[in-house]
Design a binder for this molecule. Sequence first.
Ligand code: 5RP
Length: 220
Amino acid sequence: MTQDELKQAVAHAALRQVPQGEIIGVGTGSTVNFFIDALATMKDKVRGAVSSSERSTERLKAHGIEVFDLNVVERIPVYVDGADEIDPSGAMIKGGGGALTREKIIAEVADRFVCIVDASKLVPVLGKFPLPVEVVPMARELVLRRLRALGGEPRLREGYITDNGNVILDVHGLAIANPREFESSINQIPGVVTVGLFAHRGADLALVGTATGVQEHAYV
Ligand code: 5RP
């Protein structure tokens, strides 16, 4: 199976996690694009979606799925999103697609986080994938210095501005032994909007596409 076929398989499997008649959270990325396309096949059974990016919003609307402002939504029973890496505890690196801030906000509101990935995203320790950090532009050099002091090699994502008007530093060379502590440390740096470590609010369930089928990993 190709990587796209694995992504498609988990995207379809995620439909079983979608409760009827509710507003669900929808993430961003190539795996989520397959999920949005799959969701369109049952669009009459959902009320709509809260979206984590302009890209996903466009795709949802193109399928005729209503997109709600998070501020008018009290409850999101499930949030479906991909990840760049996921460890055995369900902690993730996210933000390869640059949507980490809105993703983290929606994940915080959601009752359940269902992560959809192909097997290449499973890792024993987070950090091989460069950790994205969204930063207010005027704080870029300050945050660069602080991230270096924490042991990483931050690099500006050239020519990229987030949906929120900020820049992204991708931090290379990490092996994140304690994701919760590391997430808290980076959150303490003034100018950091969001770090793409999802450890305090990790996944509740991962659907993992493998050559032999979709595996379910539940986290406590
Ligand atoms: C976007 C994300 C994505 O979930 C992550 O980058 C995985 O993307 P893909 O499904 O394309 O591999 O965090 O900000």
